[in-house]
Design a protein around this ligand. Structure first.
Ligand SMILES: Cc1cc2nc3c(=O)[nH]c(=O)nc-3n(C[C@H](O)[C@H](O)[C@H](O)COP(=O)(O)OP(=O)(O)OC[C@H]3O[C@@H](n4cnc5c(N)ncnc54)[C@H](O)[C@@H]3O)c2cc1C
Length: 286
């Protein structure tokens, strides 16, 4: 299918992009990597009247490190995160980027686009929530900062106003003091995760953020997890996840997700604590 007719705008500055969006109201949309938006437009699930292309705005891409932590421009491609030397102290970033889709998707898709799209199975929403990251958001005449945890409010739903653009993501330096791991289950390599978990390990205390489990990233902590025996760990994770009640869909049941979320959390923990053979992804043959 083809999208409905729309006006295409290639702005020469962020100010111009914000002015066009402000005028377009709910009829306006920004185009980042186009990896989610363009298929949705082709299926006519989204019908913007005005499409504002962020690709000409080179200042929106790039990864910088300063005393406070890291600043990743919203238009930074997943592939750029995969190979960024500046992010070496936070290896979970490159490990996460490698789990997203295929090379062609990582080469076009952007960090800001993934957050704004808010797919419940997307890795960045969960990882950046776990890292305590914030987003810088611009609108005509102003800016605001909000936590990624507050940005994503539900499936494909964010706290962004239609005239707002995410300009960057900030990760606090403190995140690098902890150990991190990630594990997800997919049907085929490159697919969206059926369920996945990010583990943050601070001494014996562990916090997990799951993706593909609920409508938005789900975070739970188990203090003293590192001191527990194997059976106690599984029981503690089951307890932590009680009441989540994930949805069933055409791929797997909610009960399957709830069960496999425990395995994903254990593997993410093993990844964080040095057994990298257990991190990454596993294929579900269902
Ligand atoms: C086959 C396939 C497999 C995929 N697998 C995965 C996967 O495993 N994991 C995963 O996380 N993703 C996956 N994706 C999605 C991919 O990561 C997309 O890149 C991402 O979800 C959207 O980013 P984008 O830059 O392409 O945004 P676009 O598609 O251009 O935009 C998506 C939405 O975000 C809005 N938007 C974009 N940028 C901004 C901004 N800076 N400020 C405000 N709003 C903005 C757009 O208006 C639009 O509504 C897959 C996609 C495909 C096609």
């Amino acid at each position: 299918m083809k999208p409905v007719r729309f006006e295409y705008v290639a702005p020469s500055s962020l100010a111009e992009a914000l002015a066009v969006l402000d005028q377009a109201g709910w009829g306006g949309k920004v185009l980042a990597g186009g990896q989610s938006l363009v298929p949705m437009m082709n299926f006519r699930l989204v019908r913007p009247e005005v499409l504002v292309d962020l690709n000409p705005l080179a200042d929106l891409a790039g990864i910088e490190q300063d005393a406070e932590g890291w600043r990743i421009g919203a238009m930074t491609r997943h592939a750029a995160v995969e190979s960024a030397a500046a992010l070496a102290p936070l290896p979970v970033m490159a490990r996460t980027a490698r789990l997203i889709g295929h090379w062609a998707i990582r080469n076009r898709g952007t960090v800001g686009g993934s957050l704004a799209h808010a797919d419940p199975a997307a890795e960045w929403g969960a990882v950046l929530t776990a890292l305590g990251a914030t987003v810088e958001v611009a609108r005509r005449g102003g800016t605001r900062t909000l936590a990624v945890a507050d940005l994503i409010v539900g499936p494909l739903t964010t706290a962004l106003e239609p005239n707002e653009i995410i300009t960057a993501v900030r990760i606090p330096r403190a995140a690098a003091a902890d150990r991190w791991g990630i594990y997800e289950v997919v049907q085929r390599p490159g697919d969206f995760a059926l369920v996945g978990a990010v583990a943050r390990v601070a001494g014996d205390d562990v916090t997990w953020t799951w993706f593909g489990l609920g409508g938005r990233p789900e975070t739970r902590s188990v203090p003293g997890f590192g001191r527990l025996g194997e059976a106690e760990r599984t029981a503690a994770l089951k307890d932590a996840l009680a009441g989540v009640n994930p949805q069933s869909d055409g791929h797997v049941s909610g009960a399957w997700r709830q069960r496999v979320a425990v395995t994903a959390a254990l593997r993410a923990y093993a990844d964080a604590t040095g057994d990298h053979a257990q991190g990454g992804y596993g294929v579900h043959h269902g």
